[in-house]
Design a protein around this ligand. Structure first.
Ligand code: PEP
Length: 237
């Protein structure tokens, strides 16, 4: 079971360091659960420092460029992330796809480079509300998943776009169906993301093919993030 907190555009270095210090011992209380936080680029190093030596909480970035260096203003490379202590990256989050022109092809390039550099990857897929209404969910997932390479350090996050930041999570049955479908295409762990909160985490995580969660809003508060990690440990027990 893996629980990853995506902080999005929240928490500068000062806040990131304090938050990390607060949760540094969390993995010891949630047996069988890997805990990951994904701060903004500028806060990665501060989060790593806040966790200190010996913490089992891992720090991932929210994106990574497909080139290692070069004339790519505004981008951050895998070796730079590794240098500041990140051990993984989210790739293809729907907010990147919606607002920043991310495509299946750029997701593939980012993922390949990140994996080659030694990072772990959480690769995101998921349909929009219009696509679900038009019964195109499987077609969309098939296309998105086809762009994601297979690798032992890669997990997929199923994040229906209509459920992200809306408070309207997928039902456990919807999540289970989508996860089983994704696994039929790409055998790997699949996290669920989309309005996971302390009060719905347990039922979502209890589904047979839900292997963890990518949590946005509810990961910004240490107590609610801890509660979701504890729910994962309960399901695991
Ligand atoms: C996310 O950012 O990946 C996410 C799922 O956000 P939220 O939990 O706020 O819906």
């Amino acid at each position: 079971m893996l629980i990853a907190g995506n902080w999005k555009l929240f928490k500068g270095p000062h806040e990131a360091r304090a938050f990390a210090a607060q949760i540094r011992h969390l993995p010891e209380r949630v047996s069988g659960v890997q805990v990951v936080v994904c701060p903004p680029f500028v806060s990665i190093e501060a989060a790593v420092r806040g966790l200190g030596q010996g913490s089992h909480v891992r720090v991932f970035s929210q994106n990574v460029h497909w080139e290692l260096e070069g004339a790519f203003t505004g981008e951050v490379s895998a070796p730079m992330l590794i240098e500041v202590g990140a051990t993984g990256a989210i790739v293809g989050h729907s907010e990147r796809r919606q607002y920043f022109g991310e495509t299946d092809e750029t997701v593939r390039m980012r993922t390949e480079t990140a994996l080659e550099a030694g990072l772990s990857v959480i690769a995101c897929v998921g349909e929009t509300e219009a696509e679900r209404k038009a019964e195109e969910t499987e077609e969309v997932l098939e296309r998105q998943v086809a762009a994601i390479p297979r690798h032992e350090r890669l997990v997929i996050a199923y994040e229906p776009v209509w459920a992200i930041g809306t408070g309207m999570s997928a039902t456990p049955e919807m999540a289970q169906d989508a996860h089983a479908f994704i696994k039929s295409l790409h055998p790997t762990r699949v996290l669920y993301g989309g309005s996971v909160k302390p009060d719905n985490a347990q039922v979502l995580l209890a589904q047979a093919d839900v292997d963890g969660a990518l949590v946005g809003g509810a990961s910004l508060d240490a107590l609610s993030f801890e509660a979701i990690c504890l729910a994962a440990a309960d399901v695991r027990a």
